[in-house]
Design a protein around this ligand. Structure first.
Ligand SMILES: [Zn+2]
Length: 197
């Protein structure tokens, strides 16, 4: 994917409250699917796909070179129907699981070094448990040994948080570059408050 398509776009809900940050690629797909419209930060004008695609990028503006046209890069979009970003396909992999669980053992709450954390199947594979967002959590070596091939109930252990499928790319939000035009939509307090999943 090109660098431009990976740039961040601010996502607002129907009430123009920021709910997320998506890549430009994902933002354009949402607009293409009529799930969102592009917001022009200068005058707050809204653009559906056809209107947006018919605009010519200015000389200093980033653009995407499509087959026969240049597409302006959206900095802000607003969702048409949803108050949250439709669930993205966040890859189920070790790195994202570590981010979701904040490198914390979900049974005892310790934060050991990464190589002392294991991926625990809540319902063990031996009992038919799947490798999925909702059946896997991080567990320290000690808790994993203690739990062994049992469910938490069987092992009399308790999860700190219910394992959920993340609706966005974990960790992307806090580390992403912010774009000047977002200031109009987002207060400082907003950036600094704790996020709930
Ligand atoms: Zn533990």
């Amino acid at each position: 994917m090109s660098k431009t398509l990976r740039q961040p776009t601010l996502v607002l809900n129907r009430n123009w409250q920021p709910v997320n940050i998506a890549s430009v690629a994902r933002a354009l797909i949402l607009v293409w699917n009529d799930q969102a419209r592009v917001v022009e930060p200068v005058n707050y004008q809204l653009y559906a796909w056809n209107d947006w695609a018919s605009l010519d990028p200015g000389p200093d503006e980033p653009f995407i070179q499509a087959v026969s046209t240049r597409l302006r890069v959206p900095e802000v979009i607003t969702l048409n129907r949803f108050d949250r970003l439709p669930t993205a396909n966040v890859a189920f992999n070790r790195r994202n699981l570590f981010k979701r669980d904040r490198q914390t053992c979900q049974y005892c709450g310790t934060q050991p070094a990464a190589d002392e954390l294991t991926i625990d199947h809540i319902v063990p594979r031996a009992q038919g448990g799947l490798s999925s967002w909702t059946n896997c959590v991080l567990a320290c070596v000690k808790c994993n040994h203690r739990k062994a091939d049992r469910t938490p109930d069987q092992a009399r252990m308790r999860l700190k948080h219910p394992p959920v499928q993340p609706g966005w790319n974990p960790g992307y939000w806090r580390h992403t570059r912010r774009i000047d035009s977002w200031q109009k939509f987002v207060s400082d307090a907003y950036w600094n408050s704790e996020l709930e999943q």
